[in-house]
Design a protein around this ligand. Structure first.
Ligand code: IPE
Ligand code: IPE
Ligand code: MG
Ligand code: MG
Ligand code: MG
Length: 328
């Protein structure tokens, strides 16, 4: 287990205190108390639909030039939790028919997410060798191929949206995904993540910007894409966004905790990298217990946001609880 010095300064007051006890009292992770059979079956069902759609919707690996299409499929079809595609499908399912098929949108956002991972792992960024239990794209192929595979996946996501939703809701989907992946959101978060490396005086505000943008943006985006493929109203979309913000913050705090506490084999990516790189993380600023407390706090906020959504939110509620106690 890594140990970090708590570096909370006076300017960090807004995120400095965390006192929640509602999700799980005590210092241990909460236990999800009820049988999760229905939830797991539904989650696996969404993942299976995603895998099938990925296989069908991506260009065949033999498409010329085969090397780029092999690299795209190598990173995309390596597994991964498929959280964002699951969110697209489960958000769509909250609303009554008629629906557009959410699967092309689910595949599109997984393409953008996977591109962000390929680039995140490059030597000029986090310099990682392991991703989704396999050598990273630049290790398996080479840096130029990895860079191009990321570029191609990003562009392909928008091709998918325009091809599969040529009229409504295509424009709104393109706009939502472009915003989530933009220089103000995903890329902005990644930029500040790098700028904050080795910073000894990083503030809680900077940390919140990083997490909200490098991670929560795409989680919000996934939920909103799902809402847009179905019969959601403007206020439903706002509720999905508010929920995604809190789920996204929980998700990245847990990612930071796992980086400091889990092993590489379980994670499928190299553990201990954040401390090694001097990243500004929740664990670095607030310590492990502080980070766990904030994760529970954002989980409680996510669960509260869920109550403003229509339909049967049981699946999303269990998903939030599962993401808090995940081990990879
Ligand atoms: C990793 O995302 C990057 C973060 C935003 C923390 P995931 O943990 O969802 O990675 P995969 O898709 O399961 O591989
Ligand atoms: C990256 O955050 C989030 C992305 C936008 C890819 P991390 O750098 O913490 O993600 P991991 O831990 O490498 O998956
Ligand atoms: Mg990173
Ligand atoms: Mg990384
Ligand atoms: Mg990480």
């Amino acid at each position: 287990m890594m140990h970090f010095k708590n570096q909370v300064g006076p300017e960090n007051r807004r995120l400095q205190t965390c006192s929640i006890v509602g999700i799980a009292a005590g210092s241990n992770w909460p236990k999800v108390g009820r049988a999760l059979m229905d939830f797991s079956t539904q989650f696996n069902n969404y993942v299976a639909q995603t895998e099938k759609a990925l296989g069908q919707l991506l260009p065949p690996a033999t498409t010329r030039p085969a090397r780029i299409h092999e690299a795209m499929r190598y990173s995309l079809q390596a597994g991964g939790k498929r959280l964002r595609p699951v969110l697209v499908q489960s958000a769509a399912a909250l609303f009554p028919a008629p629906h557009h098929d959410p699967l092309p949108a689910a595949v599109a956002i997984e393409c953008v997410h996977t591109y962000s991972l390929i680039h995140d792992d490059l030597p000029c960024m986090d310099n990682d060798d392991l991703r989704r239990g396999r050598p990273t794209a630049h290790k398996q192929f080479d840096e130029a191929t990895a860079l191009l595979a990321g570029d191609a996946l990003l562009t392909y996501a928008f091709e998918l949206l325009t091809r599969h939703y040529p009229t409504e809701p295509g424009f709104a989907l393109v706009r939502e995904l472009a915003d989530a992946a933009s220089s103000r959101r995903l890329i902005g978060g990644q930029m500040e993540d790098l700028l904050a490396e080795k910073k000894s005086d990083a503030t809680a505000d900077e940390l919140e910007f990083i997490h909200l943008n490098k991670t929560a943006a795409m989680i919000e985006g996934a939920l909103v894409l799902g809402g847009l493929t179905s019969s959601s109203t403007k206020s439903d979309l706002a509720a999905l966004r508010a929920f995604g913000r809190e789920l996204g913050l929980t998700f990245q705090i847990v990612d930071d905790i796992l980086d400091a506490t889990a092993d590489s084999a379980t994670l499928g990516k190299t553990a201990g990298k954040d401390a090694q790189a001097g990243k500004t993380t929740f664990v670095k600023l607030h310590g492990l217990e502080g980070a766990r407390c904030f994760a529970r706090e954002h989980t409680a906020s996510a669960l509260a946001a869920l109550t403003t959504l229509p339909g049967d939110t049981a699946f999303l509620r269990q998903l939030v609880e599962t993401m808090l106690v995940r081990n990879h």
